[in-house]
Design a protein around this ligand. Structure first.
Ligand code: NAP
Length: 315
């Protein structure tokens, strides 16, 4: 039987299919219910962040399941992320996250973006005056301190281009275990995957379906005729094909659905196998960087402006 976990450079394992908890509505009850259902379906990796406002819901739902003996803490994998306004003090930020989660540690703590904001900036789309000069070395030293203190089992980054990864590796005592980035059949991250692979950094794909139905995303991945034809061939769904494509590339995926049928459907990607022709057909598809390309670049005050190099990475 194939394992649904991947071993990271720091020795711990990460489940290959993660459950995203960012929803625009941010309804705590809906999020908690979805997490409880996800646990029953077999999801074991839960992805949250301070800026999502979902840490309390994740903590409540998982805490209840642990308390009632449904699952052990050691059987689940929890990821949270350091927001830009906390770069000056990752240890305090993670302690606050742990308080919201009601946990003693997270399994993975990620630098959410290579963007530093003033300590008071708490919006996902900050104002121009909220930006501070990035001090990656200082931020990473704080992340390493979190690890030393046992507040997390592993540290990593998110939305780091291959250039930023190489910069970080110049001074990191502990290399990042993960780089979580947007990746799907229409933004395949070839160069980034190669650089990360050479440095034993695991790539985790967010928005693996291209975030259909979200205002920041697009249905272009699940509606793509090539993805659809591969799905028909395997009696699968386009979402399952998109997810399995990423898993076949050795990445893990963080997919969000709070809908029972779609949560189940997404889990079904673990049973799908794509052949060489399917992989080649996807490789030949025209790329389009959905989320960051359209929605974010057009926002002049967005933190994403300063990570232009991520979507400028050669593909
Ligand atoms: P996604 O998982 O690709 O797409 C989610 C959207 O697709 C939701 O609107 C969902 O609606 C719908 N959906 C889910 N399964 C589907 C299916 N089988 N068929 C058709 N539609 C389906 O994108 P995402 O939400 O942007 O990313 C997932 C997670 O990654 C987030 O929740 C978050 O945890 C993480 N993330 C991280 C970053 C970062 O900067 N590190 C950025 C973005 C996201 P329903 O809920 O109604 O099913």
């Amino acid at each position: 039987m194939r394992s649904n976990n991947i071993r990271l450079n720091c020795g711990i394992t990460i489940p290959i299919l993660g459950f995203g908890t960012y929803s625009y509505e941010n309804d705590r009850q809906t999020t908690e219910q979805a997490i409880q259902t996800a646990l029953q379906m077999g999801y074991r990796h839960f992805d949250t962040a301070k800026i999502y406002g979902s840490e309390e819901a994740v903590g409540n739902a998982l805490g209840e399941a642990i308390e009632s003996g449904v699952i052990g803490r050691e059987d689940i994998f929890v990821t949270s992320k350091l927001w830009g306004s906390d770069h000056h003090d990752p240890v305090s930020a993670l302690k606050q996250t742990l308080m919201k989660l009601g946990m003693e540690y997270v399994d993975m703590y990620l630098v959410h973006w290579p963007v530093k904001l003033k300590p008071w900036a708490c919006s996902a789309v900050p104002d121009e005056q909220d930006f501070d000069e990035l001090d990656l070395e200082g931020t990473w030293a704080g992340m390493e301190r979190c690890l030393e203190m046992g507040l997390c089992r592993a540290i990593g980054v998110s939305n780091f281009s291959s250039t930023k990864i190489q910069q970080l590796l110049q001074f990191a005592s502990v290399p990042p275990a993960v780089n979580q980035v947007e990746m799907h059949p229409m933004w395949r991250q070839r160069k980034l995957r190669q650089i990360c692979g050479e440095n034993r950094i695991h790539v985790s794909a967010y928005s693996p379906l291209g975030a259909p139905g979200s205002f920041w995303g697009s249905p272009d991945v699940v509606n793509n005729p090539i993805i659809k034809s591969i799905a028909i061939k395997h009696r699968a769904t386009p979402a399952q094909v998109a997810l399995r494509w990423g898993l076949s590339k050795g990445t893990s995926a963080i997919v969000k659905s709070f809908n029972y049928e779609r949560m189940k459907e997404n889990m079904g990607a673990l049973d799908l196998r794509l052949d060489d022709n399917d992989m080649l057909a996807i490789e030949r598809m025209v790329e389009r960087k959905i989320m960051r390309g359209d929605f974010l670049v057009n926002q002049t005050t967005s933190p994403y402006k300063s990570i232009q190099d991520l979507w400028d990475d050669e593909i």
